[in-house]
Design a protein around this ligand. Structure first.
Ligand SMILES: O=C(O)C(=O)C[C@@H](O)[C@H](O)[C@H](O)COP(=O)(O)O
Length: 347
């Protein structure tokens, strides 16, 4: 069964997020008669070469450390070399790193080519590939350079998740749990009521979790595509998560989001926007899904890093606080206030 979630965008037809058995029908989503170039990584290429080799393709490296302008520059050179022009259609096939880079390259090469994604990881399907944020890291700071530009389509084929390593699967669950905390209490409760194996093995449960998370994101993005307000809610847990990723690279993005969300839930309980019981429920759910819930990184180091976050405005940074389960609010903190915050990682 195929489900299509449309996300309206500033210009042009809505971006289509298609969940279902879709990888074999990639051709149906491509514009007719246009040249297509795929951007992917070596692992994805190895697994899906029968499909990818039908098109022209460029390979990029693996891991968060390649999400830089160096990779972008190499891709510009390859596109130029292959004679890509403004009518060329670009498809990013891979996880969040591939889709973030592809979206940025396609949006900036020759002032912008049309593009779409095949999201091959859970995290990319439910979050990274949806909504049009793209870009690269700069000096270790996450996503410092990029654009807002939604893809024509995102294909999310659940069969592609079967070979996903457990660790990456769990990291993707973190963003789904986050979506539940932001705006869908029932989605969060699915994780209180089912063990991780159920999400790995029961396709209809996984399908439900994925489509509900995409809907949360699509609703928010439609209301605030360029993040002038409400879209900041999608950053729940990310202010700490990005600081954690800046201070060390032992965690996958979704793992850092799990730790950052547990920290923000504790902070929300401390500030009274959520109860201690709700903060405990948040910690327990991430723990149940086999995700990390704390870091050894010193809180002062995290605070130093988060003062450079994109959510910084002059001497303040906005945090997303929980308002119970399934609701949240954006609150700005001055650097002085942040310096006085209790360490939410401390027991
Ligand atoms: O799409 C959004 O908006 C989000 O904030 C979703 C996040 O989960 C995602 O990691 C995003 O890339 C982070 O955005 P950033 O602007 O904080 O880098």
């Amino acid at each position: 069964m195929k489900q299509v979630i449309e996300v309206k965008r500033r210009e042009g037809k809505p971006s289509q997020v298609v969940v279902g058995d879709v990888i074999n029908s990639l051709d149906n989503y491509l514009p007719e008669g246009k040249r297509v170039i795929i951007i992917t990584d070596g692992n994805v290429h190895r697994r899906y070469k029968e499909i990818i080799n039908r098109y022209d393709y460029c390979l990029i490296g693996l891991g968060e450390t390649i999400k830089t302008m160096t990779t972008v520059n190499k891709l510009y050179a390859e596109l130029l070399e292959r004679g890509a022009d403004r009518t060329t259609f670009i498809v990013g096939i891979g996880g969040g790193i591939v889709t973030d880079i592809t979206g940025f390259v396609a949006s900036t090469y020759m002032r912008g080519l049309r593009f779409g994604f095949v999201a091959t990881t859970l995290l990319a399907q439910v979050d990274a590939s949806v909504g049009g944020k793209n870009g690269v890291n700069y000096e270790g700071y996450k996503n410092m350079v990029g654009t807002f530009n939604q893809p024509d389509f995102v294909l999310c084929d659940l069969s592609m998740l079967q070979t996903l390593p457990d660790r990456e699967f769990r990291a993707g669950l973190a963003e789904i749990i986050k979506a539940g905390l932001i705006a869908d209490r029932g989605l969060f409760e699915l994780f209180e009521n089912h063990p991780i194996d159920a999400f790995r093995n029961d396709q209809s449960l996984l399908n439900e979790a994925i489509t509900r998370a995409i809907r949360v994101k699509a609703d928010v993005v439609e209301r605030d595509e360029r993040e002038s307000g409400e879209r900041r809610k999608l950053n729940l847990g990310h202010t700490f998560a990005h600081a954690i990723e800046k201070c060390g690279n032992e965690f996958l993005h979704g793992e850092a989001v799990a730790i950052g969300t547990v920290m923000i839930a504790r902070l929300s309980a401390h500030l009274g926007t959520a109860t201690q019981d709700e903060a405990d429920r948040v910690r327990r759910v991430f723990e149940r899904m086999g995700l990390p819930i704390r870091t050894e990184i010193d809180f002062k180091r995290l605070v130093k890093a988060l003062k450079h976050d994109k959510k910084k405005e002059a001497d303040s940074v906005s945090f997303v606080l929980l308002r119970g389960i399934g609701d949240c609010e954006i609150r700005r903190f001055t650097f002085d206030e942040i310096d006085r915050l209790p360490d939410p990682a401390a027991e």
